[in-house]
Write a protein that binds this ligand. Sequence first.
Ligand SMILES: [Zn+2]
Length: 85
Amino acid sequence: MATLDKNSCEVRIDGAWQLVPLAEAHARHRSAEKRCPVCHGQVRTQGSYSAQGTIAMTHQRVHDGCPRIPRSYAGMPKRHPQALD
Ligand SMILES: [Zn+2]
């Protein structure tokens, strides 16, 4: 379950947020709105050319309250300042 979460993002499908594996979000929901399941900040998916089949999730705006942004995370989970509802 933790693994699924780490490799998933939320996609707005028919108006409702659904947890979708990153690979599927990237392949099938490229133009849909996506958000981080932890902080609800807007994200986009990105394919990696070095490791084929690996899809990464990137926050549109970095903040210090999300463990999914290890480089900026300050240690306390916080809602994204521009969270999508
Ligand atoms: Zn986040």
